[in-house]
Write a protein that binds this ligand. Structure first.
Ligand SMILES: *Cc1c(COP(=O)(O)O)cnc(C)c1O
Length: 392
């Protein structure tokens, strides 16, 4: 028997649920790319991006996924042979480091793990040892969707300052912008980047880069520039240059609508909504974990992210559970990826998500745990509701 027919939920950590308004915003004919409303839309998006990143710096829009933003950040600021330090805390910083290697940079990994945040003290020690200041850039993700970790960017900045190191500080906020606080200027982040398809509620296909003054300075001498990614060219007067070619019009219509929705809600309120739904999820998981079959991937409660919760299973049951929630209940939850593949689930609470979607998802998981006979503490969803009742 299946109870799947009805509205389906996509609770994976990207791409995420796209609001109907955003989908509808795309359903219109193409328009002129040289003048008229599209120019105004570009101005709106570029200036709203500054509010999103919380920066006075320059913002850029690329027709690419998150990997494109990684390339754009490096190509504009680095030179062949430069050394970069990659702060490991899951899968994605490493992926960014691999991209850097392909581009001709020398990537060193500051070893971390899949179950914890980057340690600011380890960063400080490594930077202090770099007395010649050979490290040109430090790469980190704010939230890693493979491990479910949240890195404390402000604390990492303090570690860099404590070491008195001049490297550029670059942060991937692909799974966190719009979901949790991010303060590019206040935290001294030189380059920040994100994608359209996670907290920003759009289809995949756009990515965004913000650059502060130190990054602009590095840009002047960087020799890895490509025509498509080049910030200087994109600062040109002609609208066509802002995209180095035909603007991705329909994605821009979608993005504009998503920004309107986000700022209508209020950025701080969106962060708060994510915090409450994430904590409700953690309350449920904590109860289920009492049965012994599953546990949080991130052991330090302080380092668990507000956009995705990664849950590991002791046995092989994660895939069966995902199949159950999808085929019987109509909700797709994420599987674990990279070295954790097949061993757990990733419950996304990111972007266009409300209490109905989250509680429905948690209930479907709890139903699955029961149906599959997995030893779990009972009343996880009740614990989530008890928590929400106290905070809404
Ligand atoms: C999803 C994700 C990426 C990759 O984004 P793509 O759009 O798939 O290229 C990079 N970093 C983080 C933290 C992510 O969550």
């Amino acid at each position: 028997m299946t109870l799947r027919n009805g509205k389906e939920f996509l609770m994976i950590p990207g791409p995420t649920n796209v609001p109907e308004e955003v989908l509808r915003a795309m359903h219109r004919p193409a328009i002129d790319i040289y003048e008229g409303p599209l120019v105004e839309t570009t101005d709106y998006c570029l200036s709203r991006l500054k509010h999103l990143f919380r920066t006075e710096g320059k913002t850029y829009i690329y027709a690419a996924n998150g990997h494109g933003a990684w390339d754009a950040a490096l190509a504009n600021t680095m030179s062949r042979g430069d050394k970069i330090l990659v702060l490991e805390s899951g899968l994605f910083a490493l992926g960014w480091g691999e991209a850097a290697g392909v581009m001709g940079l020398e990537a060193e990994i500051l070893p971390g793990g899949y179950d914890k945040a980057v340690d600011p003290a380890a960063l400080e020690a490594r930077l202090k040892a770099d007395t010649a200041h050979e490290i040109a850039a430090i790469l980190v993700v704010q939230i890693d969707t493979a491990s479910g970790v949240w890195n404390d960017i402000a604390a990492l900045r303090k570690a860099i300052d404590a070491a008195g190191h001049p490297a550029l500080f670059m942060v991937d906020t692909i799974a966190s912008l719009g979901c949790v606080p991010f303060e590019m200027d206040e935290w001294g982040v030189d380059v920040a980047l994100t994608g359209s398809q996670k907290g920003l509620m759009c289809p995949p296909g756009l990515c965004f880069v913000a650059a502060g003054p130190k990054a602009d300075k590095a840009h002047e001498t960087a020799n890895l520039k490509t025509h498509y990614t080049d910030w200087t060219f994109r600062q040109g007067e002609i609208h066509y240059q802002k995209y180095c070619g035909t603007p991705p019009e329909h994605m821009l219509f979608a993005f504009r609508k998503a920004l309107e929705l986000l700022f209508e809600e209020g950025l701080e309120r969106a962060w708060h909504r994510h915090a409450l739904l994430a904590e409700a999820t953690r309350r449920a998981v904590a109860v289920w974990a009492e049965g012994g079959a599953l546990r949080f991937n991130i052991s330090d409660p302080h380092a668990r992210s507000n956009s995705v919760t990664v849950v590991m299973f002791e046995g092989e049951e994660a895939e069966a559970l995902r199949t159950f929630t999808q085929e019987t209940c109509g909700v797709t939850i994420g599987g674990t990826i990279g070295p954790l593949r097949g061993q757990g689930i990733r419950i996304a609470h990111m972007g266009h998500v409300n209490a109905v979607m989250l509680l429905g998802t948690l209930s479907s998981i709890e139903l699955g745990l029961q149906k599959l006979g997995l030893p779990h503490g009972h009343g996880g969803v009740q614990a989530a509701m008890d928590y929400l009742a106290g905070v809404v």
